[in-house]
Design a protein around this ligand. Structure first.
Ligand SMILES: Cc1cc2nc3c(=O)[nH]c(=O)nc-3n(C[C@H](O)[C@H](O)[C@H](O)COP(=O)(O)O)c2cc1C
Length: 222
């Protein structure tokens, strides 16, 4: 089949677009408002942007009334956010924190989660999440929406601190991703999680490229 999103002529019961790029990681963004209220919300339009130095992004549309979502407003107004990893074990809290709550409500507390202090930025991270990036806000790219008065904010932050729970680091020096079990967004109301891994080692490319891809050191010949 072929359809044009501008015409929305897919003819299917459910819009297929969000199912065509899956699975998507979920950035669980914690911020604080200028008034000091903690905010937490999940965003599956997210990813890393680079690693030299590391940057991350998340993208949020506006509320129905055209207001920026609190995560965007807080990151822009305070200059910081935390990119916590959503995991299978935390899936119910992840969904709960997507509910629209008043800006004055501490969403981390409302979801029964524990705020852990960050070292370099003001917002707390989610203690229960095994991996969290402390991010310094870099800039926002505004992408227009068709809906009048709405827009997408693509928020970019530079990762200036990385927390990894000690108990998910293997003796090999790799993160035990099967133990972490990241949660990922599919289309519709569907989710998945990482439950298996396969290593595919490229042949015939320069060793320094293999090292770049694997994150290993030059001595790593395995
Ligand atoms: C798993 C999941 C992923 C989501 N991803 C996005 C997203 O990428 N962009 C977006 O605008 N909203 C997304 N949402 C909805 C936001 O989490 C929701 O609008 C939330 O209330 C925003 O909170 P805030 O105003 O406190 O920032 C997602 C919700 C869930 C459950």
């Amino acid at each position: 089949m072929f359809y044009e999103p501008d015409k929305n002529d897919h003819g299917l019961q459910y819009a297929p677009f969000k199912s065509c790029v899956v699975p998507r990681p979920i950035a669980w963004i914690s911020t604080v408002s200028r008034q000091g209220v903690v905010n937490l919300a999940p965003f599956s339009q997210c990813n890393i942007l680079g690693w030299d130095p590391p940057y991350v992004m998340f993208s949020a549309n506006t509320h129905f009334d055209g207001r920026r979502k609190d995560s965007v407003a807080n990151a822009e107004e305070t200059g910081a956010f935390v990119f916590n990893m959503a995991t299978w074990a935390l899936r119910d809290a992840v969904v709960l924190t997507s509910h629209i709550m008043e800006s004055g409500v501490d969403e981390m507390a409302a979801a029964g989660l524990t705020p852990a202090p960050c070292r370099l930025v003001a917002p707390p991270r989610v203690k229960e999440s095994p991996i969290a990036f402390e991010c310094r806000y870099y800039q926002t790219m505004v992408v227009p929406c068709d809906t009048p008065g709405s827009f997408n904010s693509l928020v970019v932050g530079r990762v200036i601190g990385v927390h990894i729970a000690d108990d998910v680091i293997e003796p090999s020096g790799k993160i035990d991703i099967l133990k972490v079990r990241p949660l990922a967004r599919m289309g519709y109301l569907d989710y998945t999680s990482v439950t298996d891994i396969v290593e595919l080692r490229p042949e015939g490319i320069p060793e320094r490229m293999v090292i770049g891809m694997s994150g290993g050191k030059p001595s790593d010949k395995r």
